[in-house]
Design a protein around this ligand. Structure first.
Ligand code: SF4
Length: 463
């Protein structure tokens, strides 16, 4: 039996999860197994019943993935292919519509709380394709009046016409991937973008009146110095976005950087940690921004109040219907899954899926892992699950307390993880026995030698 106080074991699980590209996703995709479309169908029918019965507690979000980009940046671990891929984008959009047809039937009659189109680069679509896709989504799914509609964009693929179109179609939050404003860093990352394209995209988004603007930056990119990171951050702050999200560069196996056999050096890792610290220090000087949740993002009060980050809200039992190749779906209390196979399999409608059944127990564990770092509200937990957190997770909490300083009172439990590494390691005490046994059986015997060679710090930031 697995000993949760065994740090070595927790470290092995963490490494396997990081290498796989999903450091905190629970249950880890490493242990997902082949499932069929009948199980998926039944799961969504049950979710529909729950959302209908109790719409105050049960929320459902729609995520659409567009796995195409102009070209691939070396640091990126998203599921995405170059637009010159042998399977043209237009063929993908036809397959996506077929998937929309079949899944929208299962969720008929219920209101989705949010729509998020991510990628890849959704703005790579022509205006005609974008309009056609968004209208098709809106015809097939029901959205409430206050629906959040978010979309990811590359600055090069934004112009006045596209932004006007998106505004007209109801876009409420635009994320512009900026990553860096340093030409040298952009070149070394194989990212085709100029600082001027960023300034223009931001200015146009403001002109057309997109309500919330999010800018993504990265820390620790090849060639990036503290000075260049700081310059990019200050410039982005001066553009006055509603949200600034800083992603540390974590070279998991999905990145071109790792595929080319490159590794971060010890100095690179230290430098990246310094950038994150510098960001925290810098943001404190700008009163309009506030750190939120577990993500390294900083938002204005107005943006937080709009609950634009519904996926991360601890108030609801949230299901996510993910459509498109690369999307992950959560049918709350039933199933998590994603497409497996290749992009061609997806476009040929082969219907290949990997997944993991979710019970109430697994949902509580998922919830604990998701919210423990920011401080888990025991009253909300009880309201959602009808269970006392302290009683259900007595062993896990005691284990957590042996590893970390932990605030624990009637309302709140909050372990003070010294850094992300501690969070990744010790949040794993909430893994179920089933998940741990599968991890042991399926992963470690085969991978142990490889895992031994990994420097865990290369996969982590020190926030
Ligand atoms: S960072 Fe953005 S533009 Fe670059 S490959 Fe990833 S999704 Fe595409």
């Amino acid at each position: 039996m697995v000993d949760l106080s065994d740090n070595k074991f927790l470290e092995r699980i963490t490494l396997a999860a990081l290498k796989n590209g999903y450091p905190v996703l629970y249950p880890p995709p490493l242990i997902w197994d082949r499932i069929n479309s009948t199980i998926i169908k039944r799961s969504w029918e049950r979710v529909r019943g729950c959302v209908r019965k109790d719409p105050e507690s049960n929320k459902i979000c729609l995520y659409i993935h567009i796995p195409y980009c102009d070209s691939r940046c070396i640091y990126c671990n998203c599921t995405s292919y170059s637009r010159n891929n042998s399977i043209p984008l237009k063929n993908y959009l036809v397959a996506l519509k077929t998937e929309i047809d079949s899944l929208s039937i299962l969720t008929r009659g219920i209101k989705f709380s949010s729509l998020y189109i991510g990628g890849g680069t959704p703005t790579l679509l022509t205006n005609h394709q974008l309009k056609d896709l968004i209208l098709y989504i809106k015809q097939n799914f029901l959205f409430g009046g206050a629906t959040v509609f978010a979309l990811d964009a590359h600055p090069n693929s934004l112009d006045l016409d596209k932004l006007n179109l998106l505004k007209k179609l109801g876009l409420t939050r635009l994320t512009i991937g900026v990553e860096s404003l340093d030409k040298n860093v952009l070149r070394m990352s194989a990212r085709k973008q100029t600082p001027d394209a960023v300034y223009q995209a931001v200015s146009l988004a403001r002109t057309v009146g997109i309500p919330y603007l999010n800018i993504d930056l990265m820390a620790g990119l090849p060639g990036q110095t503290l000075k260049s990171f700081s310059r990019s951050l200050l410039k982005v702050i001066s553009l006055n976005p509603d949200i600034i999200h800083i992603n540390p560069f974590i070279p998991d196996d999905q990145t071109l950087f790792s595929e080319k056999g490159r590794r971060l050096t010890h100095d690179d890792i230290i430098k990246r940690a310094r950038m994150i610290k510098l960001k925290n220090k810098t943001m404190k000087n700008f009163g309009q921004f506030k750190n939120i949740g577990r993500a390294p993002s900083t938002q204005t009060e107005a943006a937080i109040n709009q609950q634009i980050n519904l996926f991360e809200s601890p108030e609801f039992k949230t299901s996510i219907l993910g459509l498109g190749y690369g999307a992950i779906s959560y049918a709350f209390g039933n199933l998590c899954y994603k497409h497996t196979g290749t992009l061609k399999d997806y476009c040929d409608r082969r219907g290949l899926f990997n997944g993991y059944p979710m019970t109430d127990d697994e949902e509580m564990r998922f919830y604990a892992i998701k919210f423990i770092r920011q401080g888990l509200n025991k009253n909300l937990f009880k309201k959602l699950f009808g269970k006392d957190f302290g009683l259900i997770f007595k062993t896990e909490v005691s284990c957590l307390k042996t590893h970390t300083a932990c605030q624990d009172n009637n309302d709140l439990i909050r372990p003070f993880f010294k850094n992300k590494k501690e969070f990744y390691l010790f949040s794993k005490v909430f893994y179920s026995k089933k998940a741990l046994a599968l991890l042991e059986k399926q992963c470690f015997n085969r991978r142990e030698d490889k895992l031994k060679k990994i420097n865990i710090d290369a996969y982590l930031d020190e926030t």
